[in-house]
Design a binder for this molecule. Structure first.
Ligand code: NAD
Ligand code: UFG
Length: 337
């Protein structure tokens, strides 16, 4: 299949591009580089011996996206392009609604005008309401507390409505839990701008000496050791989940929703310990007050993806840390400009 991949130079999309190429698909990457660098294309080429097309384009440019879909004869779209920082979304909600909602509406218009009917969307565990027992199932209570989370939930609602009105469309929402790690080659990984918001890239930068110590946000949660628990999933498992979702979606009309997680909760201290083992030294940390908006625990029930897509995450926490460390130590400043 030829697949348009929006946000194609980003962290999860670039790993997904490698999985698609490995399975004989042809991704066409589209990105405006607001949170990524074109250099990732060289790394994809080095790993796969194929150089996919990379278009510098904003997903909100409906005409250009429609042209790209037609010129490259795309049969499906994976829609990663979005702004994703929860804290920033509270400061700049309009930027998030403009980019994430308008971006999706524009993409849908481009797909309609070029006759592309299959879409896989990057959603998030953040669409689940905080107050419910773990693990989270796809039919769990929805509700979210940040503008970023609301953009994901609103887009899910838009997609469900559009798919309900046109029975020829196949739309899939993948709710990611906490994507971490890097390609095992150490040539591709997460390259956040500025100080990382998320745990694993922060720990990786402590390990490589870019940051002095981890600040553990609270150790008084009702969890195994008092620190927050999440469902960390290796980015390569996540990438393979997209290939499975595409295979399932093709020719199967309707609205489909899947959790992509491991089903296992891991605490901040357990991550820190596993990363210390991976990099071969104790990593410094201090406990500070809870971060506002954080929940105590969040992990997936992954059975729906397992039984319907035939996909399950297989990589361990040790592999997530070892691969993240290989990437960070070989590329301490991320991708070149
Ligand atoms: P990322 O920032 O690395 O990738 C997003 C890419 O989209 C970037 O390359 C960025 O430049 C591009 N982009 C943004 N707006 C664009 C626009 N208007 N036009 C064209 N390109 C645009 O982030 P990621 O971690 O790879 O996340 C990918 C998707 O997965 C996002 O939709 C994100 O919300 C979702 N998601 C991520 C996580 C996570 O923890 N990383 C968790 C759940 C969901
Ligand atoms: N944490 C720290 N110190 C840090 C960073 C994080 O102790 O410097 C802790 C957090 O308090 C939390 C855990 O590490 O307990 C994981 O935090 P992340 O920021 O890595 O991940 P979150 O689960 O908070 O956020 C992620 C995505 C969001 C998404 C959210 C809900 O980054 O996009 O999951 O699904 F909205």
């Amino acid at each position: 299949m030829r697949i348009l991949v929006t946000g194609g130079a980003g962290y999860i999309a670039s790993h997904t591009a490698v999985s698609l190429l490995d399975r004989g698909h042809q991704p066409v990457l589209l990105d405006n580089f607001c949170n990524s660098k074109p250099a990732v294309l060289d790394r994809i080429e080095a790993l796969t011996r194929q150089r996919p097309t990379l278009l510098k384009m904003d997903v909100r440019d409906t005409d250009a996206v429609a042209r790209a879909l037609r010129e490259h004869d795309c049969q499906a779209v994976i829609h990663f392009a979005a702004l994703k920082a929860v804290g920033e979304s509270v400061e700049k909600p309009l930027a998030y609604y403009e980019n994430n909602i308008q971006g999706t509406l524009s993409l849908l218009a481009a797909m309609r005008s070029s006759g592309v009917k299959t879409l896989v969307f990057s959603s998030s565990a953040t669409v689940y309401s905080a107050d419910q027992p773990m693990p989270l199932r796809e039919d769990g209570l929805l509700g979210t507390s940040s503008p970023y989370g609301r953009t994901k939930l609103m887009v899910e609602n838009i997609l469900a409505d559009v798919a309900a009105a046109d029975k020829t469309l196949s739309f899939t929402s993948l709710r990611y839990f906490n994507p971490v790690g890097a390609h095992p080659s150490g040539t591709m990984g997460e390259d956040p701008r500025g100080i990382p918001n998320n745990l694993m890239p922060f720990v990786a930068q402590v390990a490589v000496g870019r940051l002095p110590r981890l600040r553990v946000f609270g150790n008084d949660y009702p969890t195994v050791d008092g620190t927050g628990m999440r469902d960390y999933i290796h980015v390569c498992d996540l990438a393979e989940g997209h290939v499975s979702a595409l295979n399932h979606a093709h020719g199967r009309a309707g609205w489909h929703v899947f959790n992509l997680g491991t089903g296992q909760g891991t605490s901040v201290m357990q991550v820190l310990q596993a990363f210390s083992l991976a990099c071969g030294r104790e990593l410094p940390y201090e406990v500070v007050p809870r971060r506002s908006g954080d929940v105590a625990a969040c992990w997936a029930d992954p059975h729906h993806a397992e039984s319907t897509l035939g996909w399950r995450a297989s990589r361990t926490l040790e592999m997530m840390c070892a691969d993240a460390w290989r990437w960070q130590s070989a590329n301490p400043m991320g991708y070149p400009d």
